[in-house]
Design a protein around this ligand. Structure first.
Ligand code: MN
Length: 318
């Protein structure tokens, strides 16, 4: 893991150093993601389980897909299905997903690429492994994140962004023991390629064994740190955090993270997905593939889906 990396991190731009006047965020909770199955039966960890919507806002759902090493014939995807009222973000670290949607978007997501799909007023889509990968099996690891939209944007025109791995902004810290991938939003003065409807930051950070990271963080954003692999600590208080765990950090303008000295057998670095955004602070009504503000809007979404108003499966569907 992961596909996009560099030989010498010290050649990368550095995140701003923490000043004396800065305040570290404190850890308000650590939760462990339960395991489940998604789509046609691929294994996921439900990273937001047990965390209040107020702490997650503006995010609503996060699945870590895999990591799983499939045997021949085992790789699975999803059938065609609808969404309305939010955005789905799929980031593939290992393995391949094919994507196609009802607005003409689609392509191959692999090797550190991200697909950012704004469902808005309505879309149908499918995600599945390519036939060659189904035949051979192999490693599969990624995330799918659901980003909420405020009421004024829930019925926006659907949009598709294909963010190639080579478009991601790479940064490091003072010691060069972190590789920070800015996928979307901003980190200090730097920006990532993903265009967001509300202010959000999405990072994938690899922290080498024994590495320490102080990451400037927008004070009005929430801060969610999920361990994709490895182990370390979070906060100045050095709260332990390991694979499949999520830390919520509050009150302050930088995040403190450290990687364990002795890496586990599978990974050299502590691999972190770090999310933040400006809370939308509106009522959230969710059911299945829809994220709206009220139950009446969920009912309308179902009726519109059944009437074909969320889109049609393309004639040339995969
Ligand atoms: Mn979907």
């Amino acid at each position: 893991m992961p596909a996009i990396t560099v030989q010498n991190p010290l050649e990368l731009p550095k995140v701003a150093a923490v000043a004396v006047a800065n305040r570290p965020r404190r850890v308000s909770s650590v939760t462990t993601a339960p395991r489940g199955l998604e789509g046609e039966g691929f294994p996921v960890r439900r990273a937001f389980a047990g965390i209040s919507q107020a702490d997650l806002d503006p995010f609503v759902h996060l699945d870590q897909m895999g990591e799983v090493d499939y045997g021949p014939g085992e790789p699975k995807g999803t059938p065609w299905h609808p969404h309305r009222g939010f955005e789905t973000v799929t980031y593939m670290i290992e393995g391949t997903f094919l994507h196609q949607d009802s607005i003409g978007g689609g392509g191959v997501i692999e090797n550190g690429a991200t697909q950012w799909m704004t469902a808005g007023a309505g879309i149908l889509h499918i995600e599945r492994p390519p036939d060659a990968l189904i035949d051979t099996g192999g490693l599969f690891h990624g995330i799918q994140l659901w980003v909420n939209l405020p009421a004024r944007l829930k019925m926006t025109t659907p949009r598709y962004q294909d963010i190639g791995a080579d478009a991601v902004t790479l940064m490091t810290n003072e010691n060069g023991d972190a590789i920070i991938r800015v996928i979307a939003g901003t980190l200090g003065d730097a920006g990532g390629p993903g265009v967001t409807h509300t202010p959000i930051t999405v990072l994938h950070v690899s922290l080498l064994p024994g590495g320490q990271l102080a990451l400037p963080w927008e004070p009005r954003y929430n801060a969610l740190t999920y361990v994709l692999a490895g182990q370390g600590t979070v906060g100045l208080e050095r709260t332990p955090l390991s694979e499949g765990q999520m830390a919520v950090q509050v009150d302050g303008d930088y995040l403190v993270l450290s990687a364990s000295e002795s890496p586990d057998s599978r990974t050299e670095a502590l691999e972190l997905l770090i999310l933040g955004g400006e809370p939308i602070r509106e009522p959230v009504a969710t059911y299945g593939p829809f994220v709206m503000n009220t139950r009446a809007e969920l009912q309308q979404a179902f009726e519109d889906y059944e009437a074909g108003r969320l889109g049609q499966i393309p004639a040339d569907h995969i």
